[in-house]
Design a protein around this ligand. Structure first.
Ligand code: XMP
Length: 513
């Protein structure tokens, strides 16, 4: 079993960030709900425990409280922010509501250089605070280690029990050396060596897939996106010819997309690839449909029909593989005052009906997206797939306003290919969240040569985002915009005008429909 650190989630918006920082130290981390019984945690034999922050006050009605047994497990505990108040609450200290919320940047002064948490770090550190309550009396056994202007107990330690409390957030980028503090916790204090790498993970995952699947067959819906592609390569490594990957061409794909998938998975990896050209049913059902919601529903339904029929053609299989990621399986802690915990993706990903009687194989379900990309590299997938920008399930249909027709798809494909090509040439393509073309089927007047034109408009969209929930438009350089507009208007027949979308999300969405 991997060495691991358990993180108890008390509703902090940063819980997943903590988990990722720990994994960046090459130590596996698991997020569990705040009230997970101590015995269950003990059964995992973690090397240490981290109590996340949280928006509540330990005194508030319904405040999330842990099983008191977590302090008896005999393993090091690091409490962050709200986690510090929990020490106070459970181990006999005193917590009082703060006069004012301490929020934002501060300077931490380390007073006790012997504290292992700050090993190798200077005495003055920039830290990021966000807390209301404060500890006013230390629990027995604890001593102060570091202070800020507002807090005499900014960092505390019970050296004997290896309990540590940090009033600030070491996991966020605004605490520039926080990663070293967390590294000290997992390596120096918890004694973890650090063997969690994607190189090692491949071996472990291959063994697990083989054990789960045995001699049975597995079907996987390959979209060409990062997750299903990495899942396909990994499962193929484990069970070879027992895997059939079904790739549905819904006719709404970008230029060369189907070819790349066939090239990479069929010819290079030699995965058994079942290519389903479903362009006709999709486009005929979309004929004359203009309402965005209806478009999405039709595409979702048609996909299920096509995929269902394709699985039957693929022959009997017991398992269905999915590229589910860790953030999709972490049980969120819905705590009042923390809207971050309640926002969930509104998209229809992975929505296959229950009536498809498969058992699931989900080999990525303990990985974060950046780990999946590393795993893809490890498995030999090309950058074109591993560092792909997200592409919506309904494809170009949500980037053509109004009716989707073969002619409009053709125009958009050509324009989009130019955007992708120039964004890659500029080096920006892999640095931002998404960049693409949108077709606006409104005609405007132009002149080309001696001729008057009356053609469509292409909007260029480029956004920066962490998770797709919010986004900022990217200030593309003028000369790049100029090149894009020139090329699109000159090379794509049917387009005589280009505009640049300068809407952030909110209030706009990333896709136009
Ligand atoms: P919006 O347009 O809602 O998009 O701002 C947010 C992110 O989600 C992607 N997106 C989708 N992904 N199925 C998906 O798998 C969909 O139906 C879908 N719609 C939007 C979008 O590309 C962006 O990254």
């Amino acid at each position: 079993m991997n060495e691991q650190i358990v993180i108890l989630d008390f509703g902090s918006q940063y819980t997943q960030v903590i988990a990722r920082r720990i994994r960046e130290c090459k130590v596996y981390s698991t997020i569990l709900r705040y009230d997970t019984p101590a015995a269950k945690i003990d059964a995992l034999a973690p090397s240490g425990l981290i109590l996340s922050g949280g928006p509540a006050s330990v005194y508030a009605k319904g405040a999330p409280l842990p099983d008191a047994g977590i302090f008896e497990l005999g393993i090091p505990v690091l409490g962050i922010c709200y986690g510090v108040q929990l020490f106070g609450q459970f181990l006999g200290g005193k917590v009082e509501p703060g006069q004012k919320r301490e929020y934002g940047k501060g300077t931490l002064t380390v007073r006790d250089a012997a504290c292992a948490l700050f090993r190798g770090l200077p005495a003055a550190l920039q830290v990021w605070n966000s807390h209301g309550d404060r500890l006013t009396k230390l629990p027995a056994g604890f001593a102060p280690v570091a202070t800020t202007d507002n807090s005499t107990y900014a960092a505390i330690e019970d050296r004997k029990r290896k309990f540590f409390g940090l009033q600030f957030h070491p996991e966020v980028v605004h605490t520039p050396r926080g990663k070293e503090i967390l590294a000290n916790f997992v390596h120096a204090i918890c004694g973890c060596g650090g063997n969690w790498t994607m190189h090692n993970y491949v071996e472990q995952a291959v063994a697990e897939i083989r054990a789960q699947v045995g001699g049975e067959r597995v079907i996987l819906g390959l979209s060409g996106g990062v997750d299903s592609s990495v899942a396909a390569a990994l499962i193929h490594k484990a069970i070879g010819g027992q895997l059939t990957a079904i790739f549905v061409n819904n006719g709404l794909l970008r230029a060369r997309e189907a070819e790349v998938v066939r090239e990479v998975f069929g010819r290079h990896f030699r995965i058994k690839l079942q290519y389903e050209d479903a362009t006709k049913p999709f486009l005929s059902k979309l004929r004359r449909v203009t309402d965005p919601e209806r478009k999405r529903k039709i595409i979702g339904r048609t996909f299920i029909e096509v995929f269902d029929a394709a699985t039957k053609r693929a022959g009997k299989a017991k398992f269905l593989a999915q590229g589910t990621l860790y953030p999709d399986v972490i049980e969120s802690v819905p705590i009042a005052g923390n809207p971050a915990a309640l926002i969930k993706s509104h998209h229809n990903v992975g929505g296959l009906p229950k009536k498809m009687k498969f058992q699931l194989v989900e080999p990525l379900k303990c990985l974060f997206k950046d780990e999946v990309r590393l795993l893809g590299k490890e498995l030999g997938l090309p950058d074109e797939i591993v560092h792909r920008q997200p592409f919506p399930g309904p494809g170009l249909a949500v980037r053509i306003l109004g009716e989707v027709t073969p002619k409009r798809l053709d125009i958009l494909r050509r324009a989009d290919a130019i955007v992708v090509e120039e964004m890659k040439a500029s080096g920006l393509y892999y640095k931002i969240w998404q960049s693409f073309a949108v077709l606006l089927p409104v005609r405007s007047v132009g002149v080309m040569g001696d001729e008057r034109t009356y053609d469509f408009t292409i909007a260029i969209r480029a956004v920066e985002s962490q998770d797709g929930m919010t986004a900022d438009w990217v200030k593309l350089p003028y000369d790049l915009l100029e090149k894009l507009a020139n090329r699109i208007i000159n090379e794509v027949k049917g387009v005589n005008r280009c505009v640049f979308d300068i809407t952030s999300k909110p209030p706009g969405t990333i896709e136009w429909e």
